[in-house]
Design a protein around this ligand. Sequence first.
Ligand SMILES: C[S@@+](CC[C@H](N)C(=O)[O-])C[C@H]1O[C@@H](n2cnc3c(N)ncnc32)[C@H](O)[C@@H]1O
Length: 379
Amino acid sequence: MTVGKWGYHPGNGVDNFLDKKCKIGVLFCKLFTKISLTLRSEFGEVCPYGFFLSFRGIRNFSRFVIFYHFFIYMSSESYHIPALLPEAIEGLAIRPGGVYVDCTFGGGGHTRGILSALAESGRVYGFDRDKEALGNAPEDSRFTFVHSDFRYLSNWMDYHGEEGVDGILADLGVSFHHFDKAERGFSFRSDAPLDMRMNQSAGITAAELLEESDERRLADIFRTYTDLRQSGQLAKAIVTARDHSPILTTFELAEVARKVIPPQREKKELAQVFQALRIAVNDEMGSLRQMLEESLQVLKPGGRLAIITYHSIEDRIVKNFFRSGTLDGEVEKDLYGNVKTPWKQITRNPIVPSAEEVERNPRSRSAKLRIAEKKKDVR
Ligand SMILES: C[S@@+](CC[C@H](N)C(=O)[O-])C[C@H]1O[C@@H](n2cnc3c(N)ncnc32)[C@H](O)[C@@H]1O
């Protein structure tokens, strides 16, 4: 299976985009130019189709088509480039008339991949807790956008009258858009209010979390979600700083963190501090756990669940759940010592991006894809 199979959608790279749209545009341009020149040589300047068949008209029209599609390509590409796109779509083993859920719609790259493998009768529900993602929704009657946390998967499927789905995909974390839009407060590279909520109309901001949490809770957050040796020191530094004045911006947090982070590891560890806070603000592990449990209720027997993780803790949760069917990873065995699990593992080891993908999309480098199938005899 090649990436090109999924057609024109963000993440396929400029080459594929050029293949699919621009090359067709260029072919049209050449064809109409030829017709125009032939007609002009036949009829002279009194050609009845005037401007449209004139060389300049056609050339400008073709340029417009090419730039229009290039603009669409660039705007969707800059929202997000999907990781492991062909691998995830292939892993879902899509049934053409099936019902699919993309738990993390984002820029819609994976959703478009699913849609391109579906027949007219198929359906896709795209969840995103960030309403800005709605701007990327494809104009396609088979698609429904759900502005919600994916932890409520089962309720939403009931609401839409779906009795079971054939596949679920989740590409966890945040999109490039979140990092690149400074005012969302996810990045230490630009100064902005410390927000970090994926859904800006719910929950508390990162600044509020820093203000309300005691030192122990802060230390727990950094200890759990970073490799920092100085998690306790960082929590202490935050509490000392906020006693003086509240930490309200990304730069203010970075300044406090720099007091305990060794300069030679500054970039890497600042990124981890910000990531840890983001995970806590959005209760990302809570959402993941609930969605995993609900996936078993929602999937039809034989349906597939594909999860792309970017953090070792997420990956461990998914790995244990696929192995045991429980969130605590406790395996149940039958009389003969066989592990009782509702899942058939499709990937024993996670699929990771190729060197070529990482070069094209460095932000995909920590992605890990795991796929499991709900056993056919599990109701
Ligand atoms: C890594 S991006 C997914 C990108 C997407 N696969 C694409 O191809 O563009 C993750 C997206 O999921 C959303 N998201 C993260 N956690 C969520 C949750 N618990 N519920 C709903 N949406 C969530 C984020 O807002 C973000 O837009």
